[in-house]
Design a protein around this ligand. Sequence first.
Ligand SMILES: NC(=O)c1ccc[n+]([C@@H]2O[C@H](COP(=O)([O-])OP(=O)(O)OC[C@H]3O[C@@H](n4cnc5c(N)ncnc54)[C@H](OP(=O)(O)O)[C@@H]3O)[C@@H](O)[C@H]2O)c1
Length: 354
Amino acid sequence: MKVSIVGITGYVGAELARLLGRRPDVELLEVVGRSAAGQPLSKVFPNLGPLNLTVSGELQRQNEADFIFLALPHHASAETAAAILEQSPSTKVIDMSADFRLRDRATYEKWYGAHPAAYLLPEAVYGLPEIYRDKINPQTRLIANPGCYPTCSTLALAPALSSRLGQPIIEPDVIINALSGTSGAGRGLKQNLHYPEMTSSTTAYGLEGHRHLPEIEQTLQDIYGSPVSVSFTPHLVPLSRGMLATCYARLSDSFLSAHTDQAEASRAIREYYREFYANDPFVQVVDESPYTKQVAGSNYCFIYPTVNLAGRRLISVAVVDNLTKGAAGEGIQNMNLLAGLPETTGLDMLGLYP
Ligand SMILES: NC(=O)c1ccc[n+]([C@@H]2O[C@H](COP(=O)([O-])OP(=O)(O)OC[C@H]3O[C@@H](n4cnc5c(N)ncnc54)[C@H](OP(=O)(O)O)[C@@H]3O)[C@@H](O)[C@H]2O)c1
């Protein structure tokens, strides 16, 4: 497969190259980054030096590409996607930005401003394979790859809200406290991300609303079948990569009447989650609360669901690497599905530990 990456000078572009660059079935056709045009990729990201690639200033061979990943900011992504899909009808686009994630144009425009290519919204498929796998197939031309917070939080809550295995086990009112490493904000320099300001410190942000909120609401509504009330508070933590979401919701009366022993109820929740994710190779339901490091550099999402019966709550903790399952790895999982390959192709690496 011939694959191009636009946005190679950013963290997601670099992670895509790291994961794709050694695949025997992938040729990296073009790696595009305006600020490093003509330079060896090794100058931008020395770890990628062994790939022996040179950065292009713009896409020149888009007609030859089977897949083009867009690792660009929103708006720039939609403009590029529209141009590619118009000029190269057989090329598939996997967009890592938020531009095509929200199906409703008005909701998008409330959070991101005017949409540069709203006519493509109906065509885009939200690429969270564990929930929408049946829509991600060789006919799909445009994938809206999920945000990192939405991937982590949605996977932590999906089984409890779904009625696939029986009645939902929680009420449709959830609280998500999520932590992100600073690479989640991209490679650009920002004062609050400088080492002296960030290290040994942490903060909550987006308290009055965060752009990932409508995305989480959209998917949880699809799973539950009607709107779910979501309180989402992101936090910045001094990690270079990694994400952890702790999600809470009130347990349903039927769950509470069926389970009165704390240890049994906690085991039952984990079994329920395991059954829900039985066919999802990248979701592991674990028996202890996970650490972000356990999934670093891997495409796994580890989830520890449990209950606090006295407080009548489900507590579900999930970890992902924001750059891998939270971005590039999930994008490649989608590419595999579009190509009709097993979704684990090229993604079966384990977390880098310790
Ligand atoms: N970081 C994460 O954990 C994460 C997770 C999920 C999704 N995402 C999304 O993935 C996308 C890339 O994120 P990132 O963290 O890699 O960001 P980043 O490190 O800031 O990189 C952004 C890239 O876009 C290029 N760019 C910036 N402005 C542009 C413009 N106006 N037109 C064309 N290219 C432009 C930059 O390169 P040049 O200036 O050299 O062209 C750079 O390569 C974003 O939409 C982000 O929201 C990020």
